[in-house]
Design a protein around this ligand. Structure first.
Ligand SMILES: [Zn+2]
Length: 70
């Protein structure tokens, strides 16, 4: 990643800066924004896995109950 300059005043800014230190112009969101999106997608996947796991456990429990009733 090369040097970043403010699109408003062309002042050099840090690549991860959220706004220009000279004029305060808001800059493009840092890569952390995309990471957070990925984390949200991961959380959804984890919830799906958890639901499937619970359904599987209920199925196993139901199988054992059924087995004992016979
Ligand atoms: Zn600026």
């Amino acid at each position: 990643m090369g040097p970043v300059t403010c699109p408003e005043c062309a002042a050099p800014v840090l690549p991860r800066a959220r706004s220009c230190p000279r004029c305060g112009h808001p800059l493009a969101p840092p890569p952390a924004e995309a990471e957070r999106r990925e984390m949200r997608a991961g959380a959804v996947a984890a919830k799906i896995v958890a639901v499937l796991l619970v359904l599987y456990m209920l199925g196993v429990a139901g199988y054992f109950v059924y087995d004992h009733l016979l």
